[in-house]
Ligand binder design. Structure first.
Ligand code: ADP
Ligand code: MG
Length: 602
C-alpha cells in the first residue's frame, strides 16, 4: 500500500512557489471572470448597492436601542411618545434591512439563473462546432466540470457573495463612522479586538481545507451521475440534437444543484456560528470593559457606550466574511478561467461556399495526418471505397485504422492530401450535410442521458415509435429493451443498465434509423461477448446492405466476405484485395489470418 519511493519527495521541503506564474494565472483568472460575468455585471452592481443600503439600515436598530436605553434611563417621567417613535424606527430599520437584502439577493439569483443559461447555451453552441475528435482527446470530465461544477462555483460568487460581502463590509464601516462621529475612542475600542478575533478565526479555519476537500470529493461522486450526457456528446452533436439532450441534462443538473445547496449551506452556517462563539465573548468583554470605563469617567453617555459595544460586536464578522469571500472568489475565478478556455477551443473550420457530395464514393487521396504535437500517424494513404461496397481495414493495434476511419466524419482534418465523398472534399461540405451522409458506430459507444427511445431517435428525430422499434429489431436489441421494466422509456444509466454489446446494438439501431448512405464502423464488436457478437454481426450485415461501408475489423473471421480488405501497418496500406487474393499473396494478411485461426482453436 505504501509507496516507499515517494516518501523522500513528500518529506522534502516544499520548493518556493513560482510567484510570477501564480500571479499571471491569477490575472488571467480575473480577466476570465470579468469576461464570463459581463452579461450580468450591471445587475450585480445594482444589487450590491441595494445590499449596502440595506446593511446601513441595519444600523438603525443599534442606534435606536441605545436611544431607547437613554430614554428609559433618563431621570423623571418616561417620555412614551419618544419611546414609541424610537421603537417604530427600530422596527422600520430592521424591516428595511431585511427587505433590501432580500430584493438584492433575488436580483443576484435571477442574474445567476440568466448567466447559467447564457453560459450553458454558449457551451453547447461552441462545443457543437468543435471537431468531434476533440471529444475523444479530452476527457468527458473536463466538459462535465465546466457544465456542472464550474457553473456552480460561479453561482456562489454571483448569487450570494457579491451582495453578502458588500453588506458585511458596509455594516461595520457604517457603524465605525457613526462611532467616530459620537466619540473616536469608541471606534478605537471597536477595532482593538480585531487581532483577537483574527487569531480565533485562523484557529477555527484550520480544519477548513480538509472539510472542503471532503465536500469536493462527495461532490465529484455525485456529479458522476451526469457523465452520460457528455459521454455521448459526439453523437448528440453529429445528429444535431444538442438542445434536446441538453434539456434532460439540464434537469438532472438543476435537481442536483438544489440538493447540493441544501446540503452545504447548513455546514457553512455552522462554521460561521462556531467562529462567532469563540470570538464574541472576547470582543464583548473588551468592548464592554472599555465602554463602561469611558461612561463611568463621564466621557460618553451610557447610550453611546451601548452603541459602541453593539458595533464592536459586528466588526469582527467582517473578517470571516472577507475570508469566505476570498476563498469563494478564488474558486469562482478558477472556474471562470476553465470555462473561458473551453469556450475558446478551436472550432472546426466551415467552408465559405459549401458543396454537396455527388454520390457516395469515398476516396482517401494521399492522406497524411498527425495528432497535435505528435509525429505523423498516417503517411500518405490512398484508398477508394466504391458505393455499395464494404471495405475493411485490418492491421496491428496502433497502425492507424481508427484514425483513418474517423477522418471521414471529420473527427479531425487531414494535414495533407484529402478525404472526398462523392467527389467533394469533406472540408467543403457543410457539417450538417456531412452527417446526413456519413453515419458511424464507434469503439466507445456513446449513449446520452435520456430514454433508450431518445437515444435511438437521435439518428432521426422525426422517427415514429414504430420506426424506432423496427430499427431496434434490425439492430438486434428490441427484445432486450422490452425486458426492461420501462421498455423504451428506460433511462440510460438509471434503469437502462446495458452491457457494452447491448449499448453497441443500440448505437447500431440509431445508425440504422439515421439511414446514411455512408457508414463508418470501428471495431464494433470489441466489447461483445460471443453471443452478442453474433447478434451484432447480424445487425451489422443488415446495416451494411446497400451502403458504402468502411469497417475497422476486430476479428478477421467477420470480414472474409467483404469486397475489399486494406491492410494497414504503421500508417501505410501495405496490402489490399479480397480475402482470397490476400491469402494467395502469403503476405502480412496471410500471417494475420493464420494467427487468427490459431487463436480460435486453442
Ligand atoms: P488502431 O485503431 O489501428 O489501433 P489508432 O488509429 O487508434 O490505431 O492509432 C494510431 C496511432 O495514433 C497510435 O500510435 C496512437 O497512439 C495514436 N493516437 C490515436 N489516437 C490519438 C490521439 N487522440 N492523440 C494522439 N495520438 C493518438
Ligand atoms: Mg482502433
Amino acid at each position: 500500500m505504501t509507496v516507499g519511493v515517494a516518501e523522500p519527495d513528500v518529506a522534502a521541503p516544499a520548493a518556493p512557489a513560482p510567484e510570477p506564474d501564480a500571479r499571471a494565472v491569477a490575472r488571467r483568472e480575473n480577466e476570465a471572470l470579468r469576461e464570463i460575468r459581463a452579461p450580468v455585471a450591471a445587475s450585480i452592481r445594482f444589487a450590491c448597492v441595494l445590499g449596502a443600503v440595506g446593511a446601513l439600515c441595519g444600523l438603525v436598530p443599534f442606534v435606536g436601542l441605545a436611544e431607547l436605553a437613554a430614554a428609559l434611563l433618563a431621570p423623571g417621567p418616561v417620555d412614551t411618545g419618544r419611546i414609541t417613535l424610537v421603537g417604530w424606527l427600530v422596527v422600520a430599520g430592521a424591516g428595511a434591512r431585511g427587505l433590501l437584502t432580500g430584493v438584492a439577493l433575488s436580483i443576484t439569483h435571477f442574474a445567476d439563473q440568466r448567466l447559467q443559461g447564457i453560459l450553458r447555451e454558449r457551451l453547447v453552441r461552441h462545443l457543437g462546432r468543435v471537431p468531434l475528435g476533440w471529444f475523444s482527446q479530452h476527457s468527458s470530465g473536463l466538459v462535465r466540470k465546466a457544465a456542472q461544477d464550474d457553473v456552480h462555483d460561479l453561482h456562489q460568487l454571483i448569487a450570494h457573495h457579491s451582495v453578502e460581502l458588500t453588506a458585511a463590509i458596509a455594516l461595520p464601516v457604517g457603524g465605525l463612522a457613526y462611532l467616530v462621529w459620537l466619540d473616536w475612542r469608541l471606534a478605537v475600542l471597536a477595532l482593538v479586538t480585531l487581532p483577537f478575533y483574527a487569531a480565533a478565526y485562523a484557529w477555527m479555519m484550520r480544519g477548513y481545507t480538509g472539510k472542503m476537500q471532503e465536500m469536493n470529493a462527495a461532490f465529484a461522486r455525485i456529479s458522476a451521475a451526469v457523465v452520460e450526457f457528455v459521454g455521448g456528446i459526439a453523437v448528440v452533436k453529429a445528429f444535431g440534437q444538442g438542445r434536446r439532450a441538453h434539456e434532460s441534462f439540464r434537469r438532472a443538473a438543476s435537481d442536483f444543484g438544489g440538493f447540493y445547496a441544501g446540503w452545504v449551506r447548513p455546514m457553512l452556517r455552522l462554521e460561521a456560528i462556531s467562529t462567532m462563539a469563540v470570538g464574541a465573548p472576547v470582543v464583548g468583554l473588551v468592548a464592554s470593559a472599555g465602554a463602561v470605563w469611558l461612561a463611568a469617567e463621564g466621557q460618553v453617555t451610557p447610550a453611546e457606550a451601548l452603541t459602541g459595544i453593539l458595533v464592536a460586536l459586528v466588526v469582527p464578522t467582517t473578517i470571516s466574511a472577507l475570508g469566505y469571500g476570498a476563498q469563494n472568489r478564488r474558486t469562482a475565478a478558477a472556474a471562470a478561467l476553465r470555462l473561458h478556455e473551453l469556450l475558446r477551443t478551436p472550432v472546426l473550420p466551415v467552408a465559405d461556399d459549401p458543396q454537396v457530395p455527388h454520390g457516395h464514393r469515398v476516396e482517401f487521396d494521399d492522406v497524411r495526418f498527425g495528432y497535435e504535437a505528435g509525429a505523423d500517424v498516417l503517411h500518405g494513404i490512398t484508398l477508394t471505397c466504391e458505393p455499395g461496397t464494404v471495405t475493411a481495414l485490418v492491421g496491428p493495434s496502433g497502425s492507424g485504422k481508427s484514425t483513418l476511419a474517423t477522418l471521414l466524419p471529420r473527427f479531425h482534418d487531414v494535414t495533407g492530401g484529402a478525404v472526398r465523398i462523392g467527389g467533394v472534399d469533406v472540408r467543403d461540405v457543410d457539417p450538417a450535410v456531412l452527417y446526413r451522409h456519413v453515419g458511424f458506430v464507434l469503439q466507445d459507444v456513446q449513449l446520452v442521458h435520456g430514454s433508450l427511445a431518445d437515444n435511438v431517435r437521435l439518428g432521426r428525430p422525426t422517427a415514429s415509435h414504430d420506426e424506432v422499434r423496427r430499427a431496434c429489431e434490425a439492430g438486434g436489441v428490441h427484445d432486450r429493451i422490452t425486458e426492461l421494466p420501462r421498455g423504451y422509456d428506460s433511462v440510460v444509466g438509471e434503469d437502462a443498465l446495458l452491457s457494452g454489446g447491448e449499448a453497441q446494438r443500440v448505437s447500431i439501431a440509431r445508425a440504422l434509423l439515421a439511414d446514411t448512405p455512408v457508414l463508418v464502423l470501428d471495431e464494433a464488436t470489441a466489447f461483445a461477448d460471443p453471443e452478442s457478437e453474433a447478434a451484432i454481426q447480424d445487425a451489422l450485415s443488415t446495416l451494411a446492405a446497400g451502403r458504402t461501408v468502411l469497417v475497422v475489423a476486430h476479428r478477421l473471421s467477420t470480414i472474409t466476405g467483404v469486397d475489399r480488405i486494406a491492410v494497414l501497418d504503421r500508417g501505410r496500406v501495405v496490402e489490399s484485395g479480397t480475402h482470397r487474393e490476400l491469402l494467395a499473396r502469403h503476405g502480412a494478411y496471410a500471417r494475420q489470418w493464420r494467427a487468427h485461426l490459431g487463436e480460435d482453436r486453442p
